[in-house]
Design a protein around this ligand. Structure first.
Ligand code: F6P
Length: 519
């Protein structure tokens, strides 16, 4: 595993440098389309449930050819297969990375369970989906409150908002993540203990924010005469003993080979399963599995996660773009940017390679965005005329899930127009009305936003992050960078009570004193 070449050690890297030196701003897209009638076809890609137009990116066939050579030289295919074989590719935590198994179909009836993990996955999935159906049928439960943070919040929250059109609508879902009591207090104010189910979602069952919120929810439940804790609290965790010690009897487990930001497919998906039902959740898993198969089987040159990731590497390491803006043209995808932030930045925001050596090149871009058309009336000014070039990733959906006249065509027209405007620009001698154009974008298109297509879209992004991380030679599956702040917060909290500033830097000490009400 360690003898893979890092991207900057390859011949293709040098070839890409030469291509970049020949055209430091990248190719001119308008000319590229004029010269090549087949550009749209060559740079578009069908994948399960997702069509991608990559043709408005600053790449040429020659650049993509070298990027594919780079992937081969870095041993991408072998490394992908290593992940799928279940080897411990998360080397800083000695863990396998097998979230794809959570969406693998069950072994055919009567076939021997060759993979004990797959058998356990299906046993847990069946039990969890039975429970989800029970909750959906239980008219006494009107509110479900998911208490979790990071991967134990962003995935189920994003997906249940996206798939609202498939939800019963009878059960209200709430997501509480922040340790800021304002968030929990506002949710509790809308709930009644006897009609509320709390899902305590935490892989480790130790995360301070989640434990604090869970304790407060429990105290509120007890004080409000909720009564039956076993009926109103359920834990989704790999740490079942800790959940039991908390007093929770209904637990759905998962495994250490599921990273937090990849856990939506596991028991962490229970809120989504409650919203869209067992059948919907199985369709969601099937969509992701179809994308897994595409990633495993399609040749690199027609493999969508690979093609996207190669453009990411080109932009980050050669054209020097520092961020990517994501623009979902569907209000149901309003938490898509936040979800992608954790997926990409927690995975690939790394500064050392697998051997711990500082990297001489850049890794994760900043990922950010808002749903279109809202972003257009805010920061798109900067995307069109600012001094930085920010690639934009549009997501559009062909069929709406509403019947309001006129809206959808107007929405789609805006998505197309923005991508077009970024590329074609506008000549104006006066300066202020000049749009330089040649600004890159990718356009992802779904037929409908349904469980299967959302599953596929998410799995696409997971694999894309895997590919860029693999080329950079980093560990995309740990997150040590979140630990230091947690340790320091534990040191600071008692100081807020006793005012002890000993050993603190002057800024932290000064702020602490102000927060205590002194000067
Ligand atoms: O602090 C970061 C993190 O570890 C994420 O990776 C994870 O998704 C989140 O915290 C929540 O962790 P847990 O599910 O263990 O509560």
């Amino acid at each position: 595993m360690h003898d893979r070449l890092r991207c900057d050690q390859t011949q293709a890297w040098s070839a890409l440098r030469a291509l970049h030196a020949a055209e430091p701003q990248g190719p001119d897209l308008r000319r590229a389309f004029e010269q090549d009638a087949g550009r749209f076809a060559a740079f578009s890609q069908e994948a399960p449930h997702v069509f991608a137009d990559l043709s408005k990116n600053l790449v040429t066939p020659a650049i993509e050819h070298q990027l594919l050579a780079l992937a081969r030289e870095c041993g991408l295919e072998a490394f992908r297969d290593t992940m799928f074989s279940g080897q411990a590719i998360n080397t800083t935590e000695q863990r396998a990375v097998k979230h794809f198994l959570l969406r693998a179909p069950r072994p055919a009836d009567g076939a021997p369970a060759q993979d004990a993990d797959l058998a356990a996955v299906h046993a847990t999935l069946d039990a969890m989906l039975d429970y989800a159906e029970q909750v959906r049928a239980d008219t006494a439960i009107t509110d479900v409150v998911n208490i979790g943070i990071g991967g134990s919040d962003l995935g189920p929250q994003m997906a249940s908002i996206a798939l609202e059109a498939f939800a019963t609508g009878r059960v209200r879902l709430h997501f509480v993540s922040n340790v800021d009591g304002h968030e929990l207090a506002a949710v509790l104010a809308r709930c009644q203990p006897r009609h509320t189910l709390f899902l305590i979602a935490s892989k480790t069952f130790t995360t301070t924010e989640t434990m604090t919120n869970a304790q407060s929810a429990r105290a509120w439940f007890d004080a409000g005469g909720g009564g039956d804790v076993a009926r109103h609290f359920c834990a989704l965790t790999t740490n079942v003993p800790a959940a039991q010690a908390f007093g929770i009897r209904t637990t759905f487990g998962f495994w250490d080979w599921v990273g937090g930001r990849y856990s939506l497919w596991s028991a962490i998906g229970l809120p989504l399963a409650i919203a869209i039902g067992a059948q919907g959740f199985r369709a969601f898993l099937a969509g992701a599995h179809a994308m897994d198969t595409h990633f495993r089987k399609a040749p690199l040159a027609s493999n969508l996660p690979v093609r996207l990731a190669l453009i990411d590497v080109w932009y980050r390491n050669f054209l020097g773009f520092t961020s990517r803006s994501v623009a979902p043209y569907h209000s149901g995808l309003r938490r898509w940017p936040a979800y992608l932030q954790q997926l990409e930045m927690e995975s690939n925001g790394k500064r050392v390679d697998l051997q711990g050596r500082p990297l001489p090149f850049a890794t994760s871009p900043v990922v950010w965005g808002e749903p279109g058309t809202n972003g257009q009336h805010a920061y798109f000014q900067m995307l069109h005329q600012g001094t930085d070039i920010v690639p934009v990733e549009f997501v559009a959906v062909r069929q709406p899930a509403h019947a309001l006249q006129g809206h959808h065509a107007r929405l789609l027209a805006n998505a197309l127009a923005q991508a077009q405007a970024l590329m074609v620009g506008q000549q104006d001698a006066g300066g202020h009305r000049h749009f330089p154009g040649n600004r890159p974008s990718t356009f992802l298109l779904l037929d409908a936003l349904d469980p299967a297509s959302l599953g596929a879209l998410i799995a696409l992004q997971e694999h894309r992050v895997f590919v860029s991380g693999a080329l950079w030679g980093i560990n995309s599956f740990d997150q040590w960078g979140v630990e230091l702040g947690k340790v320091l917060a534990r040191d600071i909290e008692p100081r807020l009570a006793d005012g002890n500033t000993q050993g603190l830097d002057a800024s932290t000490a000064g702020l602490l004193q102000r927060l205590r009400g002194g000067h």
